[in-house]
Design a protein around this ligand. Structure first.
Ligand code: HXC
Length: 545
């Protein structure tokens, strides 16, 4: 009778009156399993997390996905036998974000710390396969202590299964990982293999092993946040590409990020209605900027060495409110941001003279290289704004591998076949000129503002070398201003570059948006008739990792 009563309440069917058939027993088992799956790690753990202000795993999914769009898969998967967790501690399935389908998994920390068993891995692997088959992005909500210790090699093999799938899916569908709790071991390597790691500041953290193991092995006392919180990974290590405070805002940011991305590499990025740029007015909502914007003619400081915020230029060129910086806190001397130009998503790479004069160093190179490669994978045109005095010299950079890391950026730009549009707004010196989407790297359109300086190096260094004595010439302490002025006229301008075709044109700063809009419109079909330069037959290139 109890079984029948349970069935009457179960989602698997309502029976009117007593049902003595064997089907009733099956339905009763299903109902019990569903109840166990829904309970996760049990009411006590759930209450503890709720009291700590944390969302439950299903609340997280409801926040990420469009209302009512979630369809769960493998809710009752249970491979650990009697007493093992029904549902394996992870909720998987499909839903929509802004009306577009995504595959999702969300780990439930209340079930053995969200740790991964063979069955848990099987559920994730299945939804990964489903996302690739459907050509839709995969979003993982990660909250896990890593490989489940009790599962031994089954857990390790499970993670490896996921790693291999993530690699296979790389460049096929966008893969995002959202770190919402303390994550260790495989729970950090699985995100590291995806395109973007998003972290909730304060709630999320990532480390190979937690503070306990660090204490035991390294005799180091450290909190989880100091070891692998947002302050570390969004600013120093570069593991995290996007960070927000609070679970709700973090999940909303993931929705926003998805709005720039196509569902898979064969699809065009989603276009929206164009919106003229807008700039903040005092306390106002933002004044609309025309496509021909005279303010850009005077946006640069009068001194060629004075810092300024490149965002002021980007926000006058890109569609209103569309600039969406990634890796904002890491290597801020280069900006990598999604944006829209005439409603079309693009990737923006721009030197940031407000930090370290916009110089390229090892971290900035890796940051931009990764971004260029991502944009190229998913068909996002790359718009590059250059104001760079060069690669950062010095012992720390050399020992830190600036040569190796700078090479990544060269490689990424050279291989990218998406439309590449470039504007030199001020300086473009030396190797940094070459690397920032220059013509010989395959730039489709290359412009400079009239004030631009394109040269092998800046005047002071160049005069020292040209006067003889090479590195010993001390023009820094005793500048030769007359020679510098001559150098500026002869070399530090865009004239030579435009004469030899390395620049397509010198454009008035005010016309930047109008010109780029026209170019983008034309270049959308790039590659449909084949590429100008043939790709040599090979298995794959050997990117200088
Ligand atoms: C089994 C685990 C677990 C794990 C946590 N739990 N991690 N159970 N396997 N890997 C369980 C705990 O026993 C506890 O169970 C519950 O989850 C919550 O854990 P707490 O420690 O109480 O929570 P907290 O203080 O918030 O600390 C979270 C944590 C910590 C930082 C993640 O649990 C931790 O350090 N876990 C071990 C992390 C680790 O070293 N993993 C590496 C695995 S190796 P109860 O019953 O009390 O609720 C790996 C290799 C993969 O993943 C391959 C990589 C290439």
């Amino acid at each position: 009778a109890a079984a029948v009563a349970a069935v009457a309440r179960s989602p698997f069917g309502t029976i009117v009156g007593p049902d003595p058939s064997p089907v009733a027993a099956v339905r009763s088992s299903l109902a019990a399993a569903a109840a166990a799956a829904a309970a996760g790690g049990g009411p006590e753990r759930a209450a503890k997390r709720a009291a700590a202000g944390r969302l439950s795993v299903r609340q997280r999914l409801a926040t990420l996905l469009d209302a009512g769009s979630f369809t769960e898969t493998d809710a009752l998967l249970s491979t650990s036998g009697e007493g093992g967790p029904v549902g394996e501690g992870v909720v998987t399935g499909y839903g929509t974000v802004g009306g577009r389908a995504v595959g999702v998994y969300a780990q439930d920390f209340t079930v053995l710390g969200g740790s991964l068993s063979g069955g848990h891995a099987a559920k994730i692997a299945k939804v990964m396969d489903g996302a690739v088959a459907a050509g839709i992005p995969l979003v993982g909500l990660v909250d896990s202590g890593g490989a489940r210790i009790q599962d031994g090699v089954g857990a390790l093999a499970g993670y490896t299964r996921i790693f291999r799938r993530a690699v296979a899916a790389s460049g096929v569908v966008p893969q995002l990982s959202v770190v919402l709790g303390a994550c260790a071991g495989g729970a950090v390597y699985a995100p590291a293999l995806t395109d973007w790691v998003v972290m909730e500041a304060g709630g999320g953290s990532m480390f190979l092993t937690g503070p306990g193991v660090v204490r035991a092995v390294c005799r180091e006392e450290v909190t989880g946040q100091d070891l692998g919180g947002a302050a570390v990974h969004a600013r120093v290590s570069g593991v995290v590409g996007l960070v927000r405070a609070g679970e709700v805002d973090t999940l909303r940011a993931v929705r926003q990020l998805l709005s720039y991305l196509p569902s898979n590499w064969r699809e065009a990025p989603p276009r929206v209605a164009a919106a003229a740029p807008a700039v903040d007015t005092d306390g106002g909502a933002g004044a609309s900027v025309p496509d021909e914007d005279p303010a850009l003619d005077t946006v640069l400081p009068s001194s060629a060495d004075a810092p300024y915020d490149m965002v002021n230029i980007l926000s006058r060129v890109m569609d209103a409110g569309s600039l969406f910086p990634m890796h904002h806190g890491w290597a801020p001397n280069v900006i990598t941001a999604f944006a829209r130009l005439g409603g079309r998503p693009v990737g923006v790479v721009a030197n940031q003279p407000a930090h370290l004069a916009g110089v390229l160093d090892a971290d900035a190179s890796v940051k931009a290289a990764r971004f260029v490669r991502f944009c190229d994978s998913f068909g996002l045109p790359i718009v590059t704004f250059t104001d760079v005095p060069g690669f950062l010299p010095g012992t720390a950079q050399e020992a830190g591998g600036v040569i190796r890391h700078g090479a990544k950026l060269l490689y990424a730009y050279a291989e990218a076949t998406v439309p590449k549009l470039g504007v030199i707004v001020r300086k473009a010196f030396g190797g940094a000129y070459c690397v920032m989407s220059s013509k010989e790297l395959g730039g489709d359109v290359n412009y400079a503002w009239p004030s631009a300086a394109v040269a092998v190096m800046g005047a002071r260094g160049a005069v020292g070398v040209l006067k003889g004595g090479g590195a010993n010439a001390n023009t820094w302490e005793h500048p030769d201003l007359e020679a510098e002025a001559e150098y500026a006229v002869s070399y530090e301008n865009p004239l030579a570059a435009v004469r030899c075709g390395e620049l397509d044109a010198v454009i008035p700063a005010r016309s930047t948006r109008r010109v780029l809009l026209a170019d983008l419109e034309r270049l959308v079909g790039k590659g449909r008739a084949g590429h100008v330069r043939a790709v040599l037959p090979k298995k794959h290139g050997c990117i200088p990792l």
